[in-house]
Design a protein around this ligand. Structure first.
Ligand code: FO1
Length: 331
């Protein structure tokens, strides 16, 4: 069975780890392809940093700092302290010593002319993930967020997503723009991973700066609409709040309410030209199942909290179960 997951930050990586465990315990051989968001990527001190790819790589490779959800465990920060001592900015982004090695290797390979997809494959070789991780594109796409700035001419300015999130802690946003998306092409294997899958999963990642950015690469959303796979999503919103991150700040920017139902309807039923066939909401949002069903989405309420590997695996099993019940129904 071929399963393809669209994944962004920490929630997506934890979900993929649960999916890998669920499939490993199953009786059917399965291959998992993770299409990672690269619009969070940033140049820092001359190094290319790919947070969402690294979070999947470290989480599935066993190198993640589980408390932070990003960066390496047993990390030290000497290089960061030395850079700060030189007064070199940005000092607001936490680059650990172990993590730096990943960015050095990546930057060296990019500089030698290797595309991000081959760099990612090379880095993942060390970590033995048990899934294939591919970037959404090899081209440069960067999410910029428009915020208030009294000092700016029109009272607003655009900042890189990482500055918006890490330095500014997600202030009120007026627009979210995946810069470069229109000129980007899907990375090697991305369209095939969607069209040849049995199941495509929208992980519980930020709909605006993770899933939407992957879908913003021309051709990707069309591949999801057209695939013979069953497409199932997991709500990143539980009882009106995101599990983590700043989706509650960004969903209003695209005119979507901060509810599990609104996000499901934002993706839309494939039977009505949308992107998903099934949608999982938390038990606390079970009352929204009827109105989702009315839009053509097969919705189900299950526990969505990813508090540990066991709950992640159970959630992944629920997703696969929903996909197979939709598949049977469709046949
Ligand atoms: N998130 C923070 O809140 N503070 C940080 O200093 C920080 C550093 C960092 C370094 C490497 C990396 O791969 C991720 C890092 N993140 C940090 C998380 C990152 O901002 C987010 O995980 C994604 O960009 C959004 O999901």
């Amino acid at each position: 069975m071929n399963v393809t997951v669209l994944s962004g930050g920490i929630g997506g990586a934890r979900f993929v780890a649960g999916l890998r465990d669920a499939l490993a315990a199953g009786d059917e051989p399965a291959r998992v392809t993770v299409i990672g968001n690269t619009a969070d990527d940033i140049w820092l001190f001359g190094l290319r940093v790919c947070p969402d790819l690294d979070t999947v790589m470290y989480t599935l490779g066993g190198g993640i700092d589980a408390d932070r959800g990003w960066g390496r465990q047993d990390e030290t920060w000497h290089a960061k302290e030395e850079l700060a001592a030189y007064g070199v900015e940005p000092s607001w982004f936490g680059l650990g010593d172990r993590d730096l090695a990943t960015h050095v290797v990546r930057t060296q390979m990019l500089g030698a002319g290797y595309p991000l997809s081959q760099v990612t494959e090379a880095l993942c070789d060390r970590w033995d993930l048990g899934v294939r991780l591919i970037p959404m594109t090899d081209d440069r796409v960067e999410t910029h967020v428009v915020i208030d700035d009294a000092a700016a001419p029109e009272g607003r300015r655009a900042v890189h997503f990482q500055e918006y999130w890490v330095r500014l802690h997600a202030p009120v946003a007026h627009a979210v723009v995946p810069v470069g998306a229109d000129e980007a092409t899907p990375g090697p294997g991305v369209l095939e991973a969607i069209t040849e899958a049995d199941v495509v999963i929208f992980s519980p990642s930020n709909p605006v700066v993770s899933v939407a950015t992957i879908l913003a690469v021309p051709g990707t959303a069309d591949a999801v609409r057209a695939t013979t796979a069953t497409v199932v999503g997991v709500s990143p919103i539980i009882s009106g709040s995101p599990l983590r991150g700043m989706a509650d700040r960004l969903l209003p920017v695209i005119g979507v309410d901060v509810t599990a139902s609104a996000v499901g309807r934002y993706y839309g039923a494939r039977s009505n030209g949308g992107l998903i066939d099934g949608w999982l909401v938390d038990e606390s949002d079970g009352d929204t199942v009827p109105d989702l069903t009315a839009t053509g989405i097969v919705a189900r309420a299950v526990p969505l909290y990813l508090s540990d590997p066991d709950t992640s695996r159970t959630l992944a099993e629920d997703v696969l179960q929903l996909a197979s019940s939709i598949r049977r129904y469709a046949e």
